[in-house]
Design a protein around this ligand. Structure first.
Ligand SMILES: Cc1ncc(C[n+]2csc(CCOP(=O)(O)OP(=O)(O)O)c2C)c(N)n1
Length: 822
């Protein structure tokens, strides 16, 4: 062979080697050895076939206990980073620590099983490697300088994580099993495996990371956006370095991650300006089963994690029975998050030792797999044998500790507190409403004028769209008291004045920067450069900030995020806006499980605001109703507030009231559409400079009317217009601006003022099976002291509104006529 030939051959063999390695980097994860029980077989991959010994090294790296998907990431630098970490030797693991954690994880479950036979605990056994995995992730986070980790997870292994990761005392968990204090939760509370917990994680280096395990409902994955919102709020509290200091770690079930759409919605927000958290860690606790459903029925692709490939982020699959590979992956994943600030996925493939819960027999549906599982030794035994360490001394010590903890639990009398609320909640309260909570919400007119100036101000040379320019000029006149204020300006003045008082404001929703109805224009956009400015932001004083962002086209995840944000920024006004109120039901789980019930279940408060455009205007079944009836059904014990301000000043006071009172309750606002600019709903500046939010707007008359109409929202203005057209025998018209908590004193006073009233009539645009009718009419009857209470509404209907504009108008005419008793 000539020298040239030799060089050419070596070059081509180098090329061949490189091609071989590329194939394994790209496809190796499909043949990795991931399943401890061997049911997940290697996929047929022609690209990896036909190699001999020359592929051994690549196969060892990419088809062993770790399979990594990263070649879909377009940035070469990220791929090179992963390649480098995968292809270099693993650091020496702390074997004693791993074994200790594995023993603790399994023995904890044993003790629960023996002591509390027949009670559900959702054992972690078969996935015990989660505990050393979290240990590795948090230890690495501590080294990166993290101060706080926000953890979210569902039922599986939660109690184990509470003790071994969050650092709660085992005795406290046992006390929950003892159910020591049932009276404290009569009619409320939650099961033990949904409870939140806080604690401190100690890394081997001695560094500490504060842990928040977020309370979560049974509804799988609903907590995902909540933990992201909480994380962002905590990061913002820490300023510029926030993203390094606070890291979110989310655990998923394999069936849930593959099946629940909210996972996709949450991932889609990860790189969006208003929602980014600098990367989240995701662990799929993949036991290859969901209740009784196997992966082939649980999804349409090989890995439960496949959804994550919608993002250019790495996915590490790892065999849960190779704990050294597991901790290695944990550290790589965490470091990647800190290096590149994107989400990272770990798919921890193990099994589930028992049934879905411990009272469920899995041998009925998976007889063969469970025969295998029964014969399969526990991981700590396998690992002890592999490392040649005698586990018995540790096993004995852990048993003794848990026995003592169990003894201790029996003596506990009061349900132990599993968490400590952050200091910033100290100034706020929940519970029942009390009028003493009310505060001044008016702002002096000259101050409003100044705020208005700032809102309409932009730098020289900035090119404003002529239509927006006109609007700004009108707004300036409004702020100077020369023109009545519309809702858009009232909202801007509420936000602007709060910012000036040091109250942060955050509003997100689809197209919320402009506003669905062209009513907001929070951001000005240069017509020449598309540069954006938010004039309002300049008003922020002290630690206030102004975040007004367009959201992704999601309801569940975005509302979940804002709910989460409100949980860690109680002093901010946090608002989510639906494009039309009708779409809010896409977020029904967040509304039912968190917004309405969190105080009752977990004693956790939120002041989040939902802005829901509502009103019957002939726009069809899905652009008419924000479904007040749904919110009313959720209302009890003053858990939420449901309001429909009928004019601009009312909206102004309502928003400011929400931010300035110390009472923190979610606020559902039914906001206008056509009424946004309607003269009847506009207000003079003086009404912002004085007064408060009126829960009931009394009739303007002398109280002599024989017929008294009660209503909320737009229909009231239509009734007033009709009364102007036919002033003879005119009824009184009362606006119920706060439907819940029902303002009984104000309503009673106004109803009683009408001493001649022969009948009170509740008038609503919604069909009889919707609207406030079913909730309010019985209440009105109670307050009417024997006088007659009637109701006028559209006929009951399966959908909220007609699709025909003309039909709508006919219906509306009839409705008004009926209200007037014609
Ligand atoms: C949204 C939702 N749908 C259905 C259920 C009922 N459910 C509870 S656990 C479970 C199976 C979950 O499987 P997986 O996500 O793999 O987690 P694992 O229990 O196996 O750890 C189901 C269907 C639920 N809790 N939430």
């Amino acid at each position: 062979m000539t020298r040239e030939q030799a060089i050419a051959e070596s070059a081509s063999s180098k090329e061949a080697q490189e091609r071989l390695w590329e194939s394994f980097r790209r496809w190796g994860y499909l043949q990795a050895s991931l399943d401890p029980l061997g049911d997940l077989e290697p996929a047929a991959m022609p690209e990896l076939d036909g190699y001999g010994a020359e592929a051994d090294a690549a196969r060892r790296v990419y088809c062993g206990s770790i399979g990594v998907e990263f070649m879909h990431i377009p940035e070469r630098e990220k791929r090179a980073w992963i390649q480098e970490r995968m292809e270099s030797a693993a650091a020496e693991p702390d074997r004693a620590r791993i074994l200790d954690l594995l023993i603790r994880a399994d023995i904890f479950e044993h003790v629960l099983q023996t002591r509390y036979l027949g009670t559900k605990r959702y054992s972690l056994e078969g996935e015990s490697a989660l505990i050393p995995l979290l240990d590795a992730i948090l230890s690495a986070a501590a080294e990166q300088g993290a101060e706080k980790a926000m953890l979210a997870m569902s039922h599986r292994g939660r109690l184990n994580v509470m003790v071994h990761t969050v650092g709660r005392a085992a005795a406290d968990v046992f006390a929950r099993f003892e159910d020591v204090d049932p009276r404290s939760t009569l009619g409320g509370g939650d099961v033990k495996y949904h409870m939140g917990a806080t604690g401190t994680f100690r890394a081997p280096s001695g560094r500490e990371v504060e842990i928040h395990l977020v309370s979560n409902p049974s509804h799988l994955e609903a907590v995902d956006p909540v933990v992201m919102g909480r994380t962002r709020a905590k990061q913002m509290r820490r300023g510029e370095n926030g993203r390094r200091l606070v890291v979110p770690i989310v655990m998923h079930g394999d069936a849930a991650f593959a099946g629940q759409g909210i996972c996709a919605e949450t991932l889609n927000m990860s790189g969006v300006a208003g929602f980014a958290v600098g990367g989240s860690l995701h662990v799929i606790v993949n036991n290859l089963i969901g209740f009784t459903t196997t992966p082939k029925d649980g999804g349409s692709s090989r890995y439960s994690s496949d959804l994550a490939k919608r993002l250019p982020v790495p996915i590490f699959h790892v065999n849960a029975e190779d704990p050294e590979a597991v901790v290695r992956v944990g550290k790589i994943a965490l470091d990647y998050r800190y290096e590149f600030g994107t989400p990272v996925f770990i798919d921890l493939v193990g099994y589930r030792r028992h049934g879905h819960s411990e009272v469920d027999d899995p041998t009925i549906t998976q007889p063969l797999r469970y025969r295998k599982i029964e014969a399969h030794p526990e991981l700590w035994k396998i690992y002890a044998e592999k490392t040649g360490v005698n586990p018995e001394p540790v096993v004995e010590r852990v048993r003794e500790e848990l026995d003592a903890a169990q003894q201790e639990a029996q003596e506990i009398e009061k349900s132990p507190a599993m968490r400590k609320l952050p200091r910033y909640w100290g100034a706020f309260r929940g519970g029942k409403y009390d009028p003493s909570f009310e505060v001044e919400t008016a702002v002096p007119a000259d101050q409003l004028t100044l705020v208005g100036d700032a809102l309409t101000n932009y730098p020289d040379g900035f090119h404003v769209h002529p239509k927006v320019q006109k609007l700004l000029e009108q707004r300036q006149e409004m702020a100077q008291g020369k023109r009545a204020l519309d809702f858009g300006m009232a909202e801007a003045l509420a936000f602007g004045s709060l910012l000036q008082e040091g109250v942060p404001v955050r509003l997100t929703g689809q197209d919320s920067r402009r506003g669905t109805f062209n009513q907001r224009h929070a951001a000005l956009i240069d017509t020449e450069t598309e540069e954006e400015i938010v004039p309002m932001a300049a008003l922020a004083q002290d630690a206030a900030f102004c975040e007004i962002y367009n959201s992704t086209l999601s309801e569940a995840a975005v509302l979940g995020f804002e709910y989460g944000f409100s949980r860690d920024y109680p002093e901010a006004l946090v608002l989510w806006e639906a494009q039309f109120g009708d779409f809010a039901n896409g977020a029904q789980i967040i509304i039912d499980q968190f917004i309405a019930a969190a105080e009752d279940k977990w004693n956790l408060l939120s002041g989040v605001v939902l802005l829901l455009p509502h009103g019957y205007e002939g726009q069809g079944p899905e652009h008419s109703s924000a479904r007040i009836e749904r919110f009313l059904q959720l209302a009890a014990r003053d858990n939420i507030q449901i309001c429909q301000p009928s004019n601009a000043a009312q909206y102004f006071h309502l928003l400011r009231r929400q931010a300035l009172r110390s009472w923190r309750k979610p606020l559902v606002v039914f906001t206008p559409k056509s009424m946004l600019r309607h003269p009847a709903a506009s207000s003079p500046l003086a009404n912002l400079a004085s007064g408060r939010f009126q829960t009931v707007i009394p009739d303007a008359g002398d109280g002599s009317a024989e017929r008294v109409l009660l209503c909320t929202g737009k229909i009231g203005h239509e009734l007033i217009a009709e009364r102007k057209r036919h002033p003879e025998n005119a009824p009184a018209i009362i606006f119920v601006e706060q439907v819940y908590p029902l303002p009984e004193a104000e309503l009673t006073a106004e109803m009683d003022r009408h001493t001649n009233a022969r009948e009170f009539v509740w008038v609503q645009e919604e069909p009889g099976n919707m609207g406030a009718h079913e909730f309010l009419v019985p209440e009105l009857r109670r307050l009417a002291h024997g006088r007659s209470v009637l109701s006028v509404n559209r006929s009951s209907s399966a959908s909220p509104a007609t699709g025909s504009h003309k039909a709508h108008e006919m219906e509306q005419k009839t409705l008004v006529a009926l209200a007037f008793g014609r």
